[in-house]
Write a protein that binds this ligand. Structure first.
Ligand code: 4NP
Length: 144
């Protein structure tokens, strides 16, 4: 099973989501992340995301940002987005109902992982906690 985590910049939220799910995923699950924008392509995750991951024993420092592309609909089984804006941007690129059906808000309908980019460090810890919980629930949903 291949899982893609998507946010706007692919430097704050989705790199954390990728690293957290990777840290507890069953072998054989492939996990990647991407941004809807091309703003930070090739860059490492935000220092604050690297730091909060490290505090929880996860190393995301080797990730590099890339932009979401339409081929991702074929390469991944589930595409998790962080907020409504990501959801709209990704859905707009879907070519059919099968592709659309792969896109899910990671916290569930109507809930968003807030963009921590312009806030303080505590915003990154809050994002970490939301993603830790959401990835637990996702893995549980697969096994039940
Ligand atoms: P992300 O956060 O979507 O979680 O990676 C952001 C990173 C950068 C910007 C916005 C959000 N930006 O405006 O550059």
């Amino acid at each position: 099973m291949n899982i893609l985590m998507v946010c706007l910049g692919n430097i704050c939220r989705s790199p954390l989501a990728e690293g957290i799910l990777q840290s507890k995923a069953p072998t054989g699950m492939k996990i990647d992340s991407a941004g809807t924008s091309n703003w930070h392509v090739g860059k490492s995750p935000d220092k604050r995301s690297i730091a909060v991951a490290k505090q929880h024993g996860i190393d995301i420092s080797n990730q590099k940002a890339r932009q979401f592309q339409s081929e991702d609909f074929s390469n991944f089984d589930v595409i998790f987005v962080m907020d409504q804006s990501n959801y709209a941007d990704v859905l707009a690129l879907a070519k059919n109902e099968v592709e659309k059906s792969k896109v899910r808000l990671i916290l569930g309908n109507y809930q968003e992982v807030p963009d921590p980019y312009y806030g303080g460090e505590d915003g990154f810890e809050a994002v970490y906690q939301m993603l830790d919980e959401a990835t637990d629930q996702f893995l549980q949903s697969l096994s039940s």
